[in-house]
Design a protein around this ligand. Structure first.
Ligand SMILES: Nc1ncnc2c1ncn2[C@@H]1O[C@H](COP(=O)(O)OP(=O)(O)OP(=O)(O)O)[C@@H](O)[C@H]1O
Ligand SMILES: [Mg+2]
Length: 458
Protein backbone atom coordinates (compact mmCIF):
# COMPACT_ATOMS: atom_id res chain seq x y z
CA UNK A 1 0.00 0.00 0.00
CA UNK A 2 2.81 2.36 0.97
CA UNK A 3 4.53 2.43 -2.45
CA UNK A 4 1.14 3.01 -4.06
CA UNK A 5 0.96 6.45 -2.48
CA UNK A 6 1.77 9.23 -4.93
CA UNK A 7 0.93 12.31 -2.85
CA UNK A 8 1.59 12.60 0.86
CA UNK A 9 0.80 15.79 2.73
CA UNK A 10 2.02 15.68 6.33
CA UNK A 11 0.90 18.19 8.95
CA UNK A 12 0.92 21.10 6.53
CA UNK A 13 0.13 24.58 7.78
CA UNK A 14 0.30 27.62 5.54
CA UNK A 15 0.38 30.93 7.35
CA UNK A 16 0.04 34.27 5.60
CA UNK A 17 0.87 37.60 7.12
CA UNK A 18 -2.04 39.98 6.86
CA UNK A 19 -1.21 43.69 7.03
CA UNK A 20 -3.77 46.45 7.54
CA UNK A 21 -2.07 48.40 4.76
CA UNK A 22 1.03 48.39 2.55
CA UNK A 23 2.87 50.82 4.81
CA UNK A 24 2.79 48.35 7.73
CA UNK A 25 4.54 45.76 5.59
CA UNK A 26 7.39 48.21 4.89
CA UNK A 27 7.58 49.50 8.49
CA UNK A 28 7.75 45.92 9.78
CA UNK A 29 10.64 45.03 7.49
CA UNK A 30 12.66 47.99 8.85
CA UNK A 31 11.56 47.66 12.48
CA UNK A 32 14.75 47.55 14.59
CA UNK A 33 13.04 45.63 17.42
CA UNK A 34 11.28 43.20 15.06
CA UNK A 35 7.93 44.60 16.14
CA UNK A 36 5.08 42.79 14.39
CA UNK A 37 2.69 44.83 12.31
CA UNK A 38 0.85 41.84 10.85
CA UNK A 39 -1.84 39.40 11.88
CA UNK A 40 -0.93 35.78 11.14
CA UNK A 41 -3.63 33.95 9.15
CA UNK A 42 -3.67 30.19 8.60
CA UNK A 43 -4.97 29.40 5.12
CA UNK A 44 -4.26 25.70 5.86
CA UNK A 45 -4.23 24.22 9.35
CA UNK A 46 -2.30 21.05 10.06
CA UNK A 47 -3.53 19.18 6.99
CA UNK A 48 -2.48 15.56 6.46
CA UNK A 49 -3.66 13.38 3.62
CA UNK A 50 -2.57 10.67 1.26
CA UNK A 51 -3.54 9.98 -2.34
CA UNK A 52 -2.92 6.66 -4.05
CA UNK A 53 -1.90 6.03 -7.64
CA UNK A 54 -4.97 5.75 -9.86
CA UNK A 55 -7.27 7.72 -7.60
CA UNK A 56 -9.38 10.64 -8.75
CA UNK A 57 -9.87 12.85 -5.75
CA UNK A 58 -12.22 15.83 -5.58
CA UNK A 59 -11.66 18.78 -3.26
CA UNK A 60 -14.68 20.79 -2.14
CA UNK A 61 -15.18 23.62 0.29
CA UNK A 62 -16.47 27.15 0.45
CA UNK A 63 -14.66 30.13 -1.08
CA UNK A 64 -11.51 30.80 0.89
CA UNK A 65 -11.44 27.36 2.56
CA UNK A 66 -7.89 26.66 1.36
CA UNK A 67 -8.43 24.46 -1.71
CA UNK A 68 -6.22 26.42 -4.11
CA UNK A 69 -3.58 26.87 -1.43
CA UNK A 70 -3.43 23.09 -0.98
CA UNK A 71 -3.14 22.46 -4.71
CA UNK A 72 -0.41 25.06 -5.11
CA UNK A 73 1.55 23.50 -2.25
CA UNK A 74 1.19 20.04 -3.80
CA UNK A 75 2.41 21.43 -7.15
CA UNK A 76 5.39 23.07 -5.46
CA UNK A 77 4.31 26.60 -6.41
CA UNK A 78 3.87 27.54 -2.73
CA UNK A 79 5.96 26.34 0.20
CA UNK A 80 4.22 25.23 3.39
CA UNK A 81 5.02 27.23 6.54
CA UNK A 82 5.10 23.98 8.53
CA UNK A 83 4.96 20.36 7.37
CA UNK A 84 6.03 18.38 4.33
CA UNK A 85 4.69 17.33 0.96
CA UNK A 86 5.94 14.37 -1.02
CA UNK A 87 4.94 13.78 -4.64
CA UNK A 88 5.95 10.73 -6.70
CA UNK A 89 5.77 11.14 -10.47
CA UNK A 90 5.35 13.82 -13.05
CA UNK A 91 2.77 16.37 -12.02
CA UNK A 92 0.96 18.76 -14.33
CA UNK A 93 -1.43 21.43 -13.19
CA UNK A 94 -4.22 23.55 -14.49
CA UNK A 95 -4.49 26.10 -11.74
CA UNK A 96 -6.76 29.07 -11.31
CA UNK A 97 -6.84 31.53 -14.19
CA UNK A 98 -3.78 33.73 -14.25
CA UNK A 99 -1.29 31.17 -12.95
CA UNK A 100 1.52 30.13 -15.28
CA UNK A 101 0.80 32.42 -18.27
CA UNK A 102 2.34 35.78 -19.06
CA UNK A 103 -0.43 38.06 -20.33
CA UNK A 104 1.90 40.07 -22.58
CA UNK A 105 3.17 36.99 -24.46
CA UNK A 106 1.28 35.40 -27.34
CA UNK A 107 -0.43 32.07 -26.85
CA UNK A 108 2.38 30.35 -28.75
CA UNK A 109 5.07 31.95 -26.57
CA UNK A 110 3.12 30.97 -23.49
CA UNK A 111 2.98 27.36 -24.65
CA UNK A 112 6.80 27.35 -24.55
CA UNK A 113 6.93 29.26 -21.26
CA UNK A 114 4.36 27.00 -19.62
CA UNK A 115 5.91 23.86 -21.11
CA UNK A 116 9.29 24.75 -19.62
CA UNK A 117 7.65 25.35 -16.21
CA UNK A 118 6.23 21.83 -16.55
CA UNK A 119 9.76 20.53 -17.21
CA UNK A 120 9.69 20.15 -21.01
CA UNK A 121 12.61 21.01 -23.31
CA UNK A 122 11.86 23.23 -26.32
CA UNK A 123 12.32 20.26 -28.69
CA UNK A 124 9.74 18.28 -26.76
CA UNK A 125 7.32 21.18 -26.98
CA UNK A 126 7.99 21.43 -30.77
CA UNK A 127 7.02 17.78 -31.03
CA UNK A 128 3.77 18.30 -29.14
CA UNK A 129 2.90 21.68 -30.61
CA UNK A 130 0.48 20.43 -33.28
CA UNK A 131 -1.41 18.36 -30.73
CA UNK A 132 -1.54 21.27 -28.31
CA UNK A 133 -2.88 23.65 -30.97
CA UNK A 134 -5.40 21.08 -32.18
CA UNK A 135 -6.68 20.44 -28.66
CA UNK A 136 -6.88 24.16 -27.77
CA UNK A 137 -8.61 24.90 -31.08
CA UNK A 138 -8.38 28.69 -30.79
CA UNK A 139 -7.34 29.35 -34.40
CA UNK A 140 -5.36 32.47 -35.24
CA UNK A 141 -5.61 33.74 -31.65
CA UNK A 142 -2.59 31.58 -30.88
CA UNK A 143 -0.41 34.44 -32.17
CA UNK A 144 -2.22 37.15 -30.20
CA UNK A 145 -1.16 38.21 -26.70
CA UNK A 146 -2.92 36.17 -24.05
CA UNK A 147 -4.31 39.33 -22.41
CA UNK A 148 -6.72 39.59 -25.36
CA UNK A 149 -8.14 36.09 -24.70
CA UNK A 150 -11.52 35.30 -23.21
CA UNK A 151 -11.29 33.16 -20.08
CA UNK A 152 -12.59 30.21 -22.10
CA UNK A 153 -9.83 30.55 -24.72
CA UNK A 154 -7.28 30.89 -21.99
CA UNK A 155 -8.32 27.69 -20.29
CA UNK A 156 -8.41 25.81 -23.59
CA UNK A 157 -4.76 26.60 -24.13
CA UNK A 158 -3.77 25.97 -20.51
CA UNK A 159 -5.49 22.57 -20.47
CA UNK A 160 -3.94 21.60 -23.81
CA UNK A 161 -0.46 22.32 -22.43
CA UNK A 162 -1.15 20.66 -19.09
CA UNK A 163 -2.12 17.33 -20.67
CA UNK A 164 0.53 17.41 -23.40
CA UNK A 165 3.25 16.16 -21.05
CA UNK A 166 1.21 13.04 -20.27
CA UNK A 167 1.34 13.59 -16.55
CA UNK A 168 1.25 10.86 -13.91
CA UNK A 169 -0.69 13.29 -11.74
CA UNK A 170 -3.03 15.96 -13.12
CA UNK A 171 -4.15 18.75 -10.82
CA UNK A 172 -7.12 20.84 -11.96
CA UNK A 173 -8.32 23.85 -9.99
CA UNK A 174 -11.86 24.80 -10.92
CA UNK A 175 -10.69 26.11 -14.27
CA UNK A 176 -12.74 23.82 -16.51
CA UNK A 177 -16.01 25.49 -15.59
CA UNK A 178 -15.19 28.49 -17.79
CA UNK A 179 -14.86 26.40 -20.96
CA UNK A 180 -17.94 25.89 -23.12
CA UNK A 181 -19.82 22.61 -22.86
CA UNK A 182 -18.22 20.99 -25.89
CA UNK A 183 -14.76 21.80 -24.59
CA UNK A 184 -15.61 20.63 -21.08
CA UNK A 185 -16.78 17.33 -22.54
CA UNK A 186 -13.46 17.04 -24.40
CA UNK A 187 -11.53 17.73 -21.19
CA UNK A 188 -13.58 15.23 -19.22
CA UNK A 189 -13.03 12.63 -21.93
CA UNK A 190 -9.31 13.27 -21.60
CA UNK A 191 -9.53 13.05 -17.82
CA UNK A 192 -11.26 9.68 -18.27
CA UNK A 193 -8.35 8.56 -20.48
CA UNK A 194 -5.86 9.55 -17.79
CA UNK A 195 -7.96 7.63 -15.25
CA UNK A 196 -8.09 4.56 -17.47
CA UNK A 197 -4.35 4.56 -17.98
CA UNK A 198 -3.87 4.53 -14.21
CA UNK A 199 -3.08 8.24 -13.73
CA UNK A 200 -3.98 10.18 -10.62
CA UNK A 201 -6.19 13.25 -10.65
CA UNK A 202 -6.74 15.91 -8.05
CA UNK A 203 -9.67 18.10 -8.90
CA UNK A 204 -11.16 21.20 -7.24
CA UNK A 205 -14.73 21.98 -8.17
CA UNK A 206 -17.79 23.68 -6.81
CA UNK A 207 -19.88 21.38 -8.97
CA UNK A 208 -21.17 18.60 -6.75
CA UNK A 209 -22.23 16.50 -9.74
CA UNK A 210 -18.74 16.66 -11.32
CA UNK A 211 -17.18 15.53 -8.05
CA UNK A 212 -19.66 12.68 -7.70
CA UNK A 213 -19.34 11.59 -11.32
CA UNK A 214 -15.59 11.81 -11.67
CA UNK A 215 -14.07 11.07 -8.31
CA UNK A 216 -13.64 7.96 -6.20
CA UNK A 217 -12.93 10.05 -3.10
CA UNK A 218 -13.58 13.59 -1.93
CA UNK A 219 -11.94 15.92 0.58
CA UNK A 220 -14.04 18.56 2.29
CA UNK A 221 -12.19 21.67 3.52
CA UNK A 222 -13.53 24.38 5.79
CA UNK A 223 -11.51 27.34 7.04
CA UNK A 224 -8.21 25.69 6.19
CA UNK A 225 -9.03 22.40 7.90
CA UNK A 226 -9.65 19.03 6.32
CA UNK A 227 -13.06 18.32 7.86
CA UNK A 228 -14.05 15.07 6.17
CA UNK A 229 -12.80 12.67 3.51
CA UNK A 230 -14.51 9.71 1.91
CA UNK A 231 -17.01 8.50 -0.64
CA UNK A 232 -17.91 11.51 -2.85
CA UNK A 233 -21.69 11.29 -2.68
CA UNK A 234 -21.60 11.23 1.10
CA UNK A 235 -19.03 14.01 1.42
CA UNK A 236 -20.92 16.23 -1.04
CA UNK A 237 -24.12 15.73 0.98
CA UNK A 238 -22.36 16.87 4.15
CA UNK A 239 -20.91 19.84 2.31
CA UNK A 240 -24.30 20.88 1.00
CA UNK A 241 -25.78 20.46 4.44
CA UNK A 242 -23.15 22.82 5.82
CA UNK A 243 -23.83 25.39 3.10
CA UNK A 244 -27.45 25.65 4.19
CA UNK A 245 -26.92 25.43 7.96
CA UNK A 246 -27.64 28.43 10.15
CA UNK A 247 -24.56 29.92 11.85
CA UNK A 248 -25.55 28.55 15.26
CA UNK A 249 -25.93 25.03 13.87
CA UNK A 250 -22.69 25.12 11.94
CA UNK A 251 -20.56 24.52 15.02
CA UNK A 252 -22.89 21.73 16.16
CA UNK A 253 -22.45 20.03 12.79
CA UNK A 254 -18.68 20.33 12.97
CA UNK A 255 -18.64 18.92 16.50
CA UNK A 256 -20.83 16.03 15.37
CA UNK A 257 -18.52 15.27 12.41
CA UNK A 258 -15.41 15.51 14.57
CA UNK A 259 -16.80 12.54 16.53
CA UNK A 260 -17.37 10.34 13.48
CA UNK A 261 -15.14 7.28 13.41
CA UNK A 262 -14.87 7.13 9.64
CA UNK A 263 -14.21 10.83 9.30
CA UNK A 264 -11.25 10.25 7.00
CA UNK A 265 -12.03 7.14 5.00
CA UNK A 266 -8.91 5.66 3.48
CA UNK A 267 -8.56 5.19 -0.26
CA UNK A 268 -9.57 1.85 -1.61
CA UNK A 269 -9.92 1.97 -5.33
CA UNK A 270 -10.59 -1.71 -5.90
CA UNK A 271 -13.49 -1.80 -3.50
CA UNK A 272 -15.07 1.15 -5.24
CA UNK A 273 -14.87 -0.60 -8.59
CA UNK A 274 -16.60 -3.60 -7.10
CA UNK A 275 -19.41 -1.39 -5.82
CA UNK A 276 -19.89 -0.05 -9.29
CA UNK A 277 -20.08 -3.51 -10.84
CA UNK A 278 -22.51 -4.69 -8.20
CA UNK A 279 -24.80 -1.79 -8.82
CA UNK A 280 -24.62 -2.30 -12.54
CA UNK A 281 -25.69 -5.89 -12.14
CA UNK A 282 -28.52 -4.75 -9.93
CA UNK A 283 -27.21 -6.86 -7.08
CA UNK A 284 -27.05 -5.26 -3.71
CA UNK A 285 -24.75 -6.30 -0.92
CA UNK A 286 -25.46 -6.37 2.79
CA UNK A 287 -25.07 -2.61 3.13
CA UNK A 288 -28.40 -2.36 1.48
CA UNK A 289 -30.15 -5.52 2.53
CA UNK A 290 -30.61 -9.01 1.25
CA UNK A 291 -30.88 -9.85 -2.41
CA UNK A 292 -34.29 -10.53 -3.80
CA UNK A 293 -33.57 -13.92 -5.24
CA UNK A 294 -36.76 -15.18 -6.78
CA UNK A 295 -37.82 -11.83 -8.23
CA UNK A 296 -41.25 -12.06 -6.62
CA UNK A 297 -40.97 -9.93 -3.49
CA UNK A 298 -41.70 -6.27 -3.87
CA UNK A 299 -40.82 -5.00 -0.44
CA UNK A 300 -37.36 -5.50 1.02
CA UNK A 301 -37.01 -4.52 4.71
CA UNK A 302 -33.26 -4.13 4.27
CA UNK A 303 -33.47 -1.35 1.68
CA UNK A 304 -32.75 1.57 3.96
CA UNK A 305 -30.34 4.31 2.91
CA UNK A 306 -27.30 4.81 5.11
CA UNK A 307 -26.53 8.20 3.60
CA UNK A 308 -29.63 10.19 4.56
CA UNK A 309 -28.97 13.88 5.17
CA UNK A 310 -31.76 15.92 6.74
CA UNK A 311 -31.52 19.69 6.51
CA UNK A 312 -32.77 21.95 9.24
CA UNK A 313 -36.50 22.46 8.96
CA UNK A 314 -37.60 26.03 8.26
CA UNK A 315 -41.33 25.82 8.83
CA UNK A 316 -42.39 22.43 7.44
CA UNK A 317 -41.51 18.80 8.06
CA UNK A 318 -41.59 16.08 5.44
CA UNK A 319 -42.56 12.75 6.98
CA UNK A 320 -40.79 9.59 5.82
CA UNK A 321 -41.52 9.20 2.09
CA UNK A 322 -42.50 5.86 0.57
CA UNK A 323 -43.32 4.33 -2.80
CA UNK A 324 -46.56 2.60 -3.65
CA UNK A 325 -48.12 0.85 -6.59
CA UNK A 326 -51.07 2.61 -8.24
CA UNK A 327 -53.29 0.47 -5.98
CA UNK A 328 -51.58 1.88 -2.89
CA UNK A 329 -49.44 -1.11 -1.88
CA UNK A 330 -46.09 -0.06 -0.38
CA UNK A 331 -43.11 -1.29 -2.45
CA UNK A 332 -39.40 -0.66 -2.77
CA UNK A 333 -38.49 -3.30 -5.33
CA UNK A 334 -39.80 -2.03 -8.65
CA UNK A 335 -40.37 -3.49 -12.07
CA UNK A 336 -39.02 -1.56 -14.99
CA UNK A 337 -41.92 -0.19 -17.05
CA UNK A 338 -44.52 -0.20 -14.26
CA UNK A 339 -46.21 2.89 -12.83
CA UNK A 340 -45.84 3.98 -9.20
CA UNK A 341 -46.43 6.83 -6.75
CA UNK A 342 -43.76 8.54 -4.67
CA UNK A 343 -45.61 9.70 -1.53
CA UNK A 344 -44.90 11.88 1.46
CA UNK A 345 -46.78 13.87 4.04
CA UNK A 346 -45.87 17.43 4.94
CA UNK A 347 -46.73 19.06 8.26
CA UNK A 348 -46.54 22.85 8.13
CA UNK A 349 -45.37 24.50 11.34
CA UNK A 350 -45.33 27.99 9.84
CA UNK A 351 -47.72 29.84 7.59
CA UNK A 352 -46.17 30.07 4.12
CA UNK A 353 -47.14 30.64 0.49
CA UNK A 354 -46.07 29.81 -3.08
CA UNK A 355 -45.41 26.26 -2.01
CA UNK A 356 -43.59 23.89 -4.36
CA UNK A 357 -43.24 20.20 -3.66
CA UNK A 358 -40.10 18.54 -4.95
CA UNK A 359 -38.56 15.15 -5.49
CA UNK A 360 -35.47 13.77 -7.22
CA UNK A 361 -34.28 10.31 -8.24
CA UNK A 362 -30.52 9.68 -8.21
CA UNK A 363 -28.22 6.78 -8.97
CA UNK A 364 -25.95 5.11 -6.48
CA UNK A 365 -23.17 7.46 -7.61
CA UNK A 366 -25.38 10.48 -7.02
CA UNK A 367 -26.11 11.28 -10.65
CA UNK A 368 -29.46 13.04 -10.91
CA UNK A 369 -31.83 11.10 -13.15
CA UNK A 370 -35.19 12.81 -12.90
CA UNK A 371 -36.92 15.29 -10.64
CA UNK A 372 -39.96 17.46 -10.22
CA UNK A 373 -40.56 20.73 -8.39
CA UNK A 374 -44.18 21.64 -8.84
CA UNK A 375 -46.55 24.22 -7.38
CA UNK A 376 -49.27 22.16 -5.78
CA UNK A 377 -52.04 24.71 -5.86
CA UNK A 378 -53.49 26.24 -8.97
CA UNK A 379 -53.52 29.55 -7.15
CA UNK A 380 -49.82 30.01 -6.53
CA UNK A 381 -50.56 32.79 -4.03
CA UNK A 382 -52.54 30.41 -1.80
CA UNK A 383 -51.40 30.53 1.80
CA UNK A 384 -50.75 27.30 3.70
CA UNK A 385 -51.49 27.75 7.37
CA UNK A 386 -49.40 26.64 10.31
CA UNK A 387 -50.83 23.39 11.67
CA UNK A 388 -52.06 22.10 8.29
CA UNK A 389 -50.81 18.84 6.81
CA UNK A 390 -50.91 17.61 3.22
CA UNK A 391 -50.35 14.29 1.52
CA UNK A 392 -48.37 14.62 -1.70
CA UNK A 393 -47.86 11.97 -4.33
CA UNK A 394 -45.87 12.11 -7.54
CA UNK A 395 -46.85 9.61 -10.22
CA UNK A 396 -43.95 8.17 -12.21
CA UNK A 397 -43.18 5.41 -14.64
CA UNK A 398 -40.11 3.40 -13.75
CA UNK A 399 -37.99 3.60 -16.89
CA UNK A 400 -34.81 2.56 -15.13
CA UNK A 401 -32.60 -0.42 -15.69
CA UNK A 402 -31.84 -2.79 -12.81
CA UNK A 403 -29.89 -1.15 -10.01
CA UNK A 404 -30.33 0.75 -6.78
CA UNK A 405 -31.66 4.30 -6.76
CA UNK A 406 -32.02 7.01 -4.11
CA UNK A 407 -34.72 9.60 -3.51
CA UNK A 408 -34.69 13.19 -2.27
CA UNK A 409 -37.67 15.20 -1.04
CA UNK A 410 -37.95 18.95 -0.60
CA UNK A 411 -40.47 21.73 0.01
CA UNK A 412 -39.89 25.28 -1.20
CA UNK A 413 -42.07 28.13 -0.01
CA UNK A 414 -42.12 31.85 0.66
CA UNK A 415 -41.74 32.85 4.31
CA UNK A 416 -41.69 36.52 5.26
CA UNK A 417 -41.34 37.49 1.61
CA UNK A 418 -38.33 35.26 0.97
CA UNK A 419 -38.26 32.00 -0.99
CA UNK A 420 -36.55 29.25 0.95
CA UNK A 421 -36.37 25.48 1.46
CA UNK A 422 -38.92 24.82 4.21
CA UNK A 423 -37.62 21.27 4.50
CA UNK A 424 -35.22 19.12 2.55
CA UNK A 425 -34.07 15.53 2.86
CA UNK A 426 -31.42 13.83 0.72
CA UNK A 427 -31.25 10.07 0.17
CA UNK A 428 -34.33 9.78 2.35
CA UNK A 429 -35.52 6.57 0.67
CA UNK A 430 -34.19 4.07 -1.80
CA UNK A 431 -35.51 1.43 -4.15
CA UNK A 432 -34.25 -1.30 -6.36
CA UNK A 433 -35.28 -2.02 -9.91
CA UNK A 434 -35.14 -5.71 -10.47
CA UNK A 435 -35.94 -6.47 -14.06
CA UNK A 436 -35.47 -5.04 -17.48
CA UNK A 437 -38.19 -3.75 -19.73
CA UNK A 438 -36.14 -4.33 -22.86
CA UNK A 439 -33.53 -7.04 -22.67
CA UNK A 440 -31.26 -5.07 -24.99
CA UNK A 441 -31.38 -1.91 -22.89
CA UNK A 442 -28.08 -0.74 -21.43
CA UNK A 443 -26.93 2.11 -19.14
CA UNK A 444 -29.31 3.70 -16.63
CA UNK A 445 -32.50 4.80 -18.33
CA UNK A 446 -34.55 2.40 -20.41
CA UNK A 447 -35.99 4.61 -23.14
CA UNK A 448 -34.76 3.07 -26.39
CA UNK A 449 -36.67 0.26 -28.09
CA UNK A 450 -35.48 -2.70 -30.08
CA UNK A 451 -33.63 -1.53 -33.24
CA UNK A 452 -35.44 -1.89 -36.56
CA UNK A 453 -33.08 -3.49 -39.03
CA UNK A 454 -33.53 -3.54 -42.77
CA UNK A 455 -31.24 -4.87 -45.47
CA UNK A 456 -30.13 -2.13 -47.84
CA UNK A 457 -30.88 -3.18 -51.42
CA UNK A 458 -28.04 -2.17 -53.70
N1 LIG B 1 -1.15 35.62 -0.79
C1 LIG B 1 -2.06 35.61 0.19
N2 LIG B 1 -1.99 36.44 1.23
C2 LIG B 1 -2.89 36.43 2.22
N3 LIG B 1 -3.94 35.59 2.27
C3 LIG B 1 -4.09 34.74 1.25
C4 LIG B 1 -3.18 34.70 0.14
N4 LIG B 1 -3.59 33.73 -0.69
C5 LIG B 1 -4.72 33.21 -0.17
N5 LIG B 1 -5.04 33.80 1.00
C6 LIG B 1 -6.15 33.51 1.89
O1 LIG B 1 -6.13 32.12 2.20
C7 LIG B 1 -7.44 31.59 2.28
C8 LIG B 1 -7.54 30.38 1.40
O2 LIG B 1 -7.47 30.79 0.04
P1 LIG B 1 -7.65 29.78 -1.18
O3 LIG B 1 -7.40 30.57 -2.41
O4 LIG B 1 -6.81 28.58 -0.93
O5 LIG B 1 -9.18 29.41 -1.04
P2 LIG B 1 -10.08 28.51 -2.02
O6 LIG B 1 -10.67 27.43 -1.17
O7 LIG B 1 -9.31 28.12 -3.22
O8 LIG B 1 -11.24 29.53 -2.40
P3 LIG B 1 -12.09 29.68 -3.80
O9 LIG B 1 -13.22 28.68 -3.72
O10 LIG B 1 -12.62 31.07 -3.71
O11 LIG B 1 -11.17 29.47 -4.95
C9 LIG B 1 -8.38 32.73 1.90
O12 LIG B 1 -8.90 33.29 3.08
C10 LIG B 1 -7.48 33.72 1.19
O13 LIG B 1 -7.94 35.04 1.40
MG1 LIG C 1 -9.51 28.53 -5.23
Amino acid sequence: MENNTVITVSNVTKTYKLYKNGAHRVIESFSPFRKQYHQPFDALKNVSLRINRGETVGVIGRNGSGKSTLLQIICGILQPTIGQVNVQGRISALLELGAGFNPEFTGRQNVYLNGSILGMQNEQIDEHLDDILAFADIGAFIDQPVKSYSSGMYVRLAFAVAISIQPDILVVDEALSVGDEAFQRKCFAHINQIQESGGTILFVSHSASSIVELCNRAFFFEQGELLLAGEPKRIVSYYQKMLYASPENLQLLKDEWAEMEDRFQLPDVDEDENDQQESEKGLVDNDFGQLVEDGLEDFDQGLRPASTVEYESHGATIQQPFLTTLEGKEVNVLRSGDHYFYNYRVDFEKTAMRIKFGMLIKTMKGIEISGCSAPFFEDSEKVVKAGESYNVRFPFQCLLNPGVYFLNAGIIGTLDGEETFLDRKLDVAMFRVREKRHLASTATVDMVGQPEVELVEI
